[in-house]
Design a protein around this ligand. Sequence first.
Ligand code: DC
Length: 224
Amino acid sequence: MTAPVITIDGPAGSGKGTISQRVAAALGWHLLDSGALYRLVGVALMRDGGAPEEEARAARLAGQMDVVFEPVGERTVVWLNGDDVTEAIRTEVASAMSSRMGAIPAVRSALLARQRAFAQAPGLVADGRDMGTVVFPQAPLKIFLTASAEERAQRRHKQLKAKGESVNIADLLRDLQARDERDSQRAVSPLVAAEDAVIVDTTGIGIDDVTERVLLLARQRGLA
Ligand code: DC
């Protein structure tokens, strides 16, 4: 039997990353940060000297890249072909690039098997845009997180500020809306809630409450 999967999809800044980490830690399950894989393809392409239009090159790199997610205490160190790219994949440039990589069908198919391989006992929490619709359509619990664009931009602003980066909030909101638009309108695997997903609006709700809500749903479905 394959391991159970909880999928957590949603737009940038909806809290997916943090909630997925908390839920995985509470259950003692594995975690897949699928967005990191698209970010890695973008960084791999930039490091290879490629441009975002070079779809075949991006897909080749997606298939070949050597990726390691190394848990170190609370954080995860991300390695790409032997280099620590933990910070490099989180820049605004890498964010824009990853969204472009996500719109390339050949990149998406090159990453499919890699993502499914994360489903190992005792279970997996999978965070992304198409976890419930495409990668793990049989998942017994699917969550779709949303929040207003303004609140999501504010959260991102806070995160960047904590890292010492000063970015204009209006610019962040504009970039976030552009990314939402591209992620939702693309032809392959667009950002959309699975029909059987539970939609959770996190606007004005704290991380602890959202985590509890997901864990309650997991218990109700006999997963915890
Ligand atoms: O979750 P994130 O912000 O790190 O994701 C970065 C980009 O990767 C996102 O803008 C679109 C793409 N992505 C995707 O197309 N499919 C996924 N399952 C996850 C991310």
